[in-house]
Ligand binder design. Structure first.
Ligand SMILES: [Zn+2]
Length: 407
């Protein structure tokens, strides 16, 4: 069914005041969404449109729908009762605790994943990249459950599933074949995890990953928590191997903590290398008094694509986080001292696959006729205000279809 969205607020430009401050300009429009879910017409709200099949958006601001690019739908405790985390002394202890409860949790994976999907939809997300454990304990059980949950919401979102060797790739000899099975059973991206810290053999771990990725012709998205020189070396080595072995697909490094302690000069040089390889960085904006955030601004300046994710939340790893991807942008801006109109509004690109209503200079570039009709409608005057104030009561439209919560 085609629909008119009446009185939608769109950003159209900016005004610079005498004191140098910048204010985003917006106006109201009627948007006609064709039944195929694309934008067919945009006209000023002063013009008349037929009342039938029209929905009054009452001046709400339209933003591009959000993308959640690092998540673990299979791990959450959401929909179960409250449970705090058990304290551990090391990552291997944390993994042992997770392994002990995997079997029991796998029974409710579809229910738990659905609760997390609904939270994302409510917050304006219409694309989820989720990692799913593929491990020797429950094998492909979580993959099946997560796929089922995502399929049930496919009218509201698109998704990608990463086959994730959370308990190591080399420590269990059946892992390479389990990952192959996952890639034959609905996972579309190959994951990885700390070739140094977990697998204890960087070259071998990367080579096995490369071999499987080439065999199945899939992208790779690797968790790299290894810090310092080891983490940096792992990324550098992978990019060299990708070139030498003619790996044509796309690489993403999640977390990429090895970038944070390099000198700014080295960060810039390596950002150039990442950009040449078209490699993407996924961050969850971890804010810690012990560690520096990775240099997202330097990466972006050098043309590296950076995307954000909420990671797992409320699970055996962490009891925290609201599950709002927009809060990640807000935290990033707060932490890096961004408070002016332009930098606040441009930061939205971190959760929209680079799409922003205005470009940096304030020229309108979204939405255009022919674009997918995927929006988040919010109570705000402009993107900058939305990032700073995190409006509640968001309404998601995915390809012309409004998300309506079942609850
Ligand atoms: Zn993760």
């Amino acid at each position: 069914m085609s629909t008119w969205l009446r009185n939608v607020r769109l950003e159209i430009g900016e005004t610079t005041h005498e004191d140098g401050s910048i204010l985003t300009k917006s106006d109201l429009f009627h948007i006609h969404v064709a039944k195929e879910g694309v934008i067919q017409t945009i006209i000023p709200a002063s013009e008349n449109v037929p009342d039938t099949d029209a929905i009054d958006m009452e001046g709400k601001l339209a933003l591009p729908a959000f993308k959640e690019m690092h998540n673990h739908l299979d791990k959450t405790y959401l929909s179960l009762g409250w449970k705090a985390c058990r304290p551990v002394k090391s990552l291997s202890e944390r993994l042992a605790i997770e392994a002990a409860e995997l079997d029991e949790l796998s029974e409710t994976v579809t229910q738990r994943a659905s609760a997390m999907i609904e939270l994302h939809l409510k917050n304006g997300v219409n694309h989820i990249r989720t990692h799913v454990n593929i491990d020797p304990f429950i094998k492909l059980k979580n993959l099946e459950g997560v796929k089922k949950a995502l399929e049930a919401y496919k009218q509201y979102l698109t998704y990608e599933i990463v086959a994730f060797p959370q308990h190591g790739l080399l420590a269990h000899e059946e892992m390479p074949d389990l990952l192959r099975q996952a890639l034959e059973s609905g996972a579309t991206i190959l994951g990885g995890l700390d070739p140094a810290g977990i697998d204890k053999d960087i070259e071998k771990s990367l080579q096995v990953t490369m071999d499987i990725a080439k065999e199945y012709d899939v992208d790779v998205d690797m968790h790299l928590h290894d810090r310092g020189q080891v983490g940096f070396y792992t990324m550098d080595k992978w990019l060299d191997m990708a070139k030498e072995q003619n790996y044509k697909r796309h690489t993403a490094f999640s977390h990429a903590f090895g970038l944070s302690n390099l000198s700014p000069h080295m960060q810039k040089l390596f950002a150039k290398k990442l950009s040449e390889h078209n490699a993407e960085i996924m961050s969850t904006i971890p804010i810690s008094i012990n560690h520096q955030l990775i240099p997202i601004d330097i990466l972006k300046t050098e043309g590296v694509k950076v995307a954000l994710g909420c990671d797992g939340f409320y699970d055996s790893w962490s009891p925290y986080f609201s599950g709002d991807i927009m809060e990640k942008v807000h935290n990033f801006c707060d932490y890096t001292g961004k408070s002016d109109e332009r930098s606040l509004r441009q930061s939205l690109s971190l959760i929209t696959q680079e799409v922003t209503p205005l470009d940096f200079e304030g020229k309108q570039k979204w939405p255009m006729i022919g674009d997918e009709a995927s929006f988040v409608f919010v109570d705000a005057s402009c993107s900058a205000e939305a990032v700073a104030r995190l409006p509640k009561n968001r309404q998601l439209m995915h390809k012309g279809k409004f998300y309506k919560s079942k609850h």
